[in-house]
Design a protein around this ligand. Sequence first.
Ligand SMILES: [Zn+2]
Length: 338
Amino acid sequence: MESDGLDGFDYTQPLQYALSQLTGGYPTEDEQFANVHFPKPSSLSAMAEEDDADRPPPTTNEIIDELVENVDNYPKVVQTMMQRGLLKKRQQCRKCNRMMHLRRRKTCYEWRCRTRDKKGDCSSCSIKYGSWFELTKLSFKIIFNFLVMHCKNCSTGHMATMLKLSSHSVNEMRRIVYDLTDRITAKYGQIGKNKQGVYMELITLQPRKGSVNVYKVLAGQETGSNRCFAVVLSDSTTATFERMKNQYVDPQAHITMVKTLNENDANIATVSAVFFDEEEYYHHEKDRFFTNLRQNHPENVFSNFLTLQCWLNDQVVRKTEGKMMLEKCFEELRTYIE
Ligand SMILES: [Zn+2]
């Protein structure tokens, strides 16, 4: 019979947890999970495989609820994530192509492939391997909290305090979330189909301090909907402007060039724009797409062209999805598992 991997179990963990409680210390993650029931790895895989064919599949919101409710129960979180397509429920060994088995290591599970003579490991890998989660070493609990706070548009400082992370780690994690929003925007189609109206603005962005990097951004929003786009232009030529317009906007669309700031911007000379008072139109600040692009960018987005584009994509997803942004992100997470 295949070993269930419990030979790696560290029985001292509950004691460590008890000690930390006695001394009033803040339990580390390992200690926090020490008194959580860990099912045998083999039964965990089996539970993840169960398909409840008689019940309708849960909505994304129900999946998020289930994860949040069990966030302190690591085995349950892993099981749910496997069941709902957020983690791989099967893993093939990269060395010998055989199917790997789950093993418990202290307070986590991992995949391993035993050598044929069962004397050692052929290979092993994290439970996160082959999913978006492998991009970070942070725990699922912190990652889920991070996603919720990111979608709620919390500031870096607030997130650092709440999640006990450095600002540097918050920014690192944000870059990983940008991978999600990049993929989401890549799947949005052109706006302005069926002769819809489109408001388009050419926006000049530059850091508040110093003006070394000046960027031109072309942004557009469909009238009567939240569908939109925003793209950094590689140069200020009319050819680039036209090329990007053709990529993001349907040729049949009725385009109105607008400016949301009532001042002269030294933009492409041939583009004449009418003033569009977004404040009048959208009472909530967060709904003002063009104004947010102009005003709410953090300074670090100007480090290079790609960073700025990532931030723009995040803004486009925020505007397009609105309150559904978190759900959209979770849906995208499932596309990492093939
Ligand atoms: Zn192997």
